[in-house]
Design a protein. Structure first.
Ligand code: FMN
Ligand code: EPS
Length: 391
């Protein structure tokens, strides 16, 4: 299974094409819209989220509520487009019209893609960079992940993301992962998508304070997936290791600067006896681990224990109280004022991260069990699970 996305932040719409989804998978727009709405919530979001109400249109690959096996096209419209048609439209404009718009961006924001993208693609107007580097793109990646979650759900695999930390406030000890059901139930009503009400209040206060100071804050998110079979991914080649694929996918989320699997960096500070998970056997359950400190991975393959992945998000780069930068036209220093920005998007990012991991897990699942029809995949999956139990 693979996908591509296209679309700009203030263009007409975002699009994704997913190839390799098996036929006969039940799929409706509502299945996806539910997750798009989850991504839009969260204390600390800016005014753009009040403009948008993200809804998907499925324009190929699904008939009468079921996938056909053909590529699936997903489209999410940008409501903000109505205000940007002239500035963002594809039709040629005269120099005079361009001047009248006065929207050319020549002042790069530290921490955003503006300057590197402008140099690389030779754009004097950095809008040509920021429109695509914007995390608006994570909307359509969540839509893709929602399809992946439908695939996983067919096989009893559940997944949930939540916020572990915002601006140094920790929601609970990091080595006690909660179950997916618990996470989903308890975080859906939390304005910062965290499990700990005491930490929640402190996180919200910190976000408000950052906003008041014209600043921004980052944090840590965690994704847990349960019900996976052992042996997704492979030890035989570097680019088939599933933990590595997940790490790449999580790092590709805008503003993500690090990934941990299981106890992650903590493993450097513990002896092996306190890191590795002892192997047990039960006739009903098959092989399992007594603990899950390695976060469901050994040798680039799933162990059958819950997959636990953390990602760290840096603070949002666009600041109301900006850092110094240099105007590329005048080469003079400036400290720009900005129109709008999120002050903290860690709660939204926990949903994005959940969907990034969902896609990689579903892709690895189909790679192992086939991808023509859900029925064929089920047969292969059931036979393998029986083999693994008795092995
Ligand atoms: C959900 C979400 C919302 C974001 N909102 C903003 C924002 O409002 N303003 C901003 O400057 N960056 C925002 N970012 C981060 C930038 O998109 C990101 O820092 C930028 O693309 C540069 O990429 P890098 O930080 O990965 O190097 C957001 C990120 C995510 C995941
Ligand atoms: C639009 C979204 O996030 C955007 C991500 C973003 C950035 O620079 O990454 C900048 C802001 O865009 P705008 O300049 O239009 O307000 C955010 O609102 C979204 O999450 O749907």
């Amino acid at each position: 299974m693979r996908f591509l996305t296209a679309g700009e932040s203030h263009g007409p719409e975002l699009t994704a094409i997913i190839e390799g989804v098996p036929s006969h998978l039940p799929l409706t727009a509502e299945d996806i819209n539910h997750h798009l709405a989850r991504r839009q919530k969260g204390h600390g979001r800016g005014r753009r989220m009040q403009i948008e109400t993200d809804r998907v249109r499925i324009t190929s690959g699904v008939r009468h509520g079921k996938t056909t096996g053909a590529p699936i096209t997903l489209v999410v419209e940008n409501k903000d487009w109505t205000h940007w048609q002239k500035i963002m439209g594809p039709d040629p404009v005269t120099e005079q019209e361009e001047k009248e718009m006065k929207r050319t961006i020549s002042r790069p924001r530290p921490g955003h893609a503006d300057l590197n993208g402008a140099i690389k693609y030779d754009h004097r107007d950095m809008r040509n960079v920021l429109e695509r580097s914007s995390a608006r793109e994570t909307t359509i990646r969540v839509a893709v992940g929602a399809v992946a979650q439908k695939i996983l759900a067919e096989f009893g695999i559940t997944i949930a993301g939540h916020v572990l930390e915002i601006g140094g406030i920790v929601s609970r000890p990091i080595d006690v992962p909660a179950g997916t059901e618990d996470i989903l139930k308890r975080t859906e009503t939390s304005p910062v998508r965290c499990l700990d009400p005491e930490a929640e209040k402190k996180m919200m206060d910190l976000i408000d304070e950052a906003k008041k100071n014209g600043d921004s804050i980052g944090g840590v998110v965690e994704v847990v997936a349960e019900g996976l079979p052992p042996g997704l991914g492979s030890h035989v080649h570097y680019d088939r290791k599933l933990d590595a694929k997940i790490a790449r996918s999580v790092m590709s989320i805008n503003a993500f600067k690090g990934v941990e699997v299981g106890i992650g960096f903590e493993a450097a500070r513990k002896p092996g006896s306190e890191v590795h998970d002892e192997i047990m056997y039960d006739p009903d359950r098959g092989y399992y681990r007594k603990t899950n400190r390695l976060g469901g991975f050994e040798g680039g393959m799933t162990t059958g224990m819950p997959v636990v992945v953390k990602g760290v998000m840096k603070p949002i780069p666009t600041l109301y109280k900006p850092l110094n930068s240099v105007d590329i036209e005048t080469k003079e220093p400036f400290a720009a004022s900005i129109e709008r920005s999120d002050s903290c998007a860690v709660p939204a990012a926990s949903v994005v991260c959940e969907h990034a991991v969902s896609f990689e897990l579903a892709a690895a699942f189909l790679e192992k069990f086939g991808s023509d029809t859900v029925g064929d995949v089920k047969k292969a999956f059931d036979a393998y699970m029986e083999k693994a139990r008795q092995f």
